[in-house]
Design a protein around this ligand. Sequence first.
Ligand SMILES: Cc1ncc(COP(=O)(O)O)c(C=O)c1O
Length: 392
Amino acid sequence: MNLSEARELFPGVRDQVYLNVSLNGLMPIPSRDAVMAHLEKRVMGGAVKEELHAQAERVRALVAGLIGADPVEVAITKNVSEGLNIFASGLDWKPGDNVVLCPELEHPNNVFLWYHLRETKGVEVREVLPEDGNIPVGRMIEAMDDQTRVATVSHVTFSPGFITDVQALTSEARARGVLTLIDSAQSAGSIRTDVRELGVDAISIGTQKNLLAFYGLGFLYIRRDLAETLNPVFVARYGMDLGPDAHETAIGPGTLDFKPGALRFELSNYNYMGLAAVEPSLELINSVGVDQIEPHVRGLAARLATGMVSLGLSVAGGEPGPHLAHIVAVGESGGGRHYSADDPAMNELFHHLINNGVNISIRRGILRMSIGLYNNEADIDRVVELSRDWLG
Ligand SMILES: Cc1ncc(COP(=O)(O)O)c(C=O)c1O
C-alpha cells in the first residue's frame, strides 16, 4: 500500500490537521471495524477463547516482525510504563548498584520507577543533564562505572522529540556489561526500531501512539537469554509452561516452570479489544513499510521545521538535522508546564492553530507538532500558512 492509499483509511484527517501522534495516533477504519466485530461477538456471546489467543499470537508475531525480534522475546503488557517496571523490577539489585538516565528528557514514567528502586533497594540514580535538547549519550557513558547495571533512554523523547543515538549508547554499554532499556513510546511504528541493529537489551512500546491503536496495551521486548535470568515480581498461569495441551486452569505437577523468554512476565487474560484494534494497524504499518513511513514523517517534519524557522519562529534544534524525528517543537522551552506554553505569544499561536482546526499539544512549555504516516504536505503547508497569518 502506498502512503496516499493509507491516508484514505483515516477519517480523522479529513476535517482537521492532525499533528498529534505523540499524544495518540489516529486509528484507521480497519481497526474500528475489527473492534466493532469484537464487541459484536462479546455482546452476542460468541467470543471463543482459542480465537482470542490466536489473535494475541498473531499480534505478537507482527510486533516481533516490526522490531526484528523473536516472538518469545515479546511480552504483551498493559502499557509502556508497565513494561519499563517489569524489566527494572526483574533485576537482582544490590545496594550501591546504579542506573544512568537523563530525567529532564524522560517521561516521568521512566523516572519514578528508578526513584522507587533508590528508596527500596538502595540503587543510586545517576542523573545526567541534557545537551541542547538531546539525551547526552556521551555523558551517560562517562557516568557509568563497574556498579552501573542499567542505562535507560527514550528512543525519541516526548519533548522536544529528538532521536537518541541508541546505537552509540548500546555499543559502549555492552562493552561495560551495562544493560540498556529503551522507551520506544514515541518511535516504533514510525521510526525504524530493530532490536538487533540497535543492540538493545529491552524495549517497551505502547499501542496508542505510533502503532495507531488503543491505550491500555503494550509490548515488552527482552533479549531472550537475558529475560530468562530475570525474576518476575508477579506470576500467573500465562507465564507458566505446562505444555501446549494443558488447559489454562491447569496447575500441573506443582513446579514453577516459566515459559521461554519474555513470556514469563505475562499474567493472565490480555486486553483482547486492544489486540483487535492493533492487529489491522500493524498490518497497515507493515504493508506501507517503516522504510517508507520513516522518511515520509521525518521529511514532513523537516518541511515543517524549515517553514517555521523561515517565519522567524523558534524551533527546538533549529534547522532540520539528524536530531529531527517526526516531532517539531516550537517555542522557547523554559520549564515543565504541560498545558500552557512558557512564552505567552506561543499560547496565542497555539490557540490560533487549534481554533483553525490544527490538533497539536503543548509539552514541557513548547508547542509539540507530531506527524503520523497519514499526514501529507498539504497538512504541513496549512500549519505554516496559519502561523504566517498569525504573525501578520
Ligand atoms: C516517552 C514516553 N514514555 C512513556 C509514556 C507513557 O506511556 P504509557 O501510558 O503507555 O505508559 C509516554 C506517553 O506519553 C511517552 O511519551
